[in-house]
Write a protein that binds this ligand. Sequence first.
Ligand code: ZN
Length: 295
Amino acid sequence: MGRGHPESPQRLGAIEDHLLATGLGATLTRRDAPLADLKHVGFAHSAGYVNELRDLLEEVARNGTPRALDPDTSASAGTLNAVLRGAGAAVAATQAVLAGEFDNAFCAVRPPGHHATRGRAMGFCFFNNVAIAARYALDAGGLTRVAIVDFDVHHGNGTEDIVANDERILMVSYFQHPLYPGSGVPPLGTNMVNLPVPPYTKGPAIRALIDQHWMPRLEAFRPEMIFISAGFDAHREDGLGQLGLVEADYEWITQRIKDVALKHAKGRIVSCLEGGYNLSALARSVAAHLRVLNA
Ligand SMILES: [Zn+2]
């Protein structure tokens, strides 16, 4: 994204280092992400957008000159490879979980995806990895009901844009409000559970909201698979938001999601990294998330 940008390559390095240092990494099965099939990307994005973005990113990859797509979203020579592998990871994880190879999978991808709408890159995002994977499970994977859980500090406006009123999908989220991108109130469809929370909200209040508003809807919906937009920028040490979550909260939220998955979805979860910009807090929070998924 350019020098000094919070969405930096160091994010994945910090996660890898922490997994190595804690020994957690040795307990996980690793897969390299394949490049996405653009046909699958088209399950969530318009053909016009996919073709235009591919052409633009190919040009940037060729001539090496970065291009700004919006004030905080830039493409560099490596962006095409990164976004194709991000979406490819989400689809490959979905395929592996649907095939029964794994109960769940976490995709350590960047850039994130949940701000990318059907036809627009924004907010560090190009392809909406979670929306692509959720639609893949429905349109190619034979499922009829899937849930998307978004616990990033920012509203997943792109995912909402893509899945609103697709009654095969239930999307539940909380997000700091007001905060970028300012959307989410009111929700765009009856299949959305949007919980705007004010700055400085802490873990106990978030947990109460989840139990009160997410859980009954998830229970009633009985998803056959759950996709997570796993952003860790609601952590109290993260500078991009002002919420007060800590690692124990991510552990708790992940356990709640896992409980629903075990009850209704044969444990099937695919989680994709979204935000999380304080490197230490990001790495510790991902580890908390993975400990629960891997338990
Ligand atoms: Zn975020």
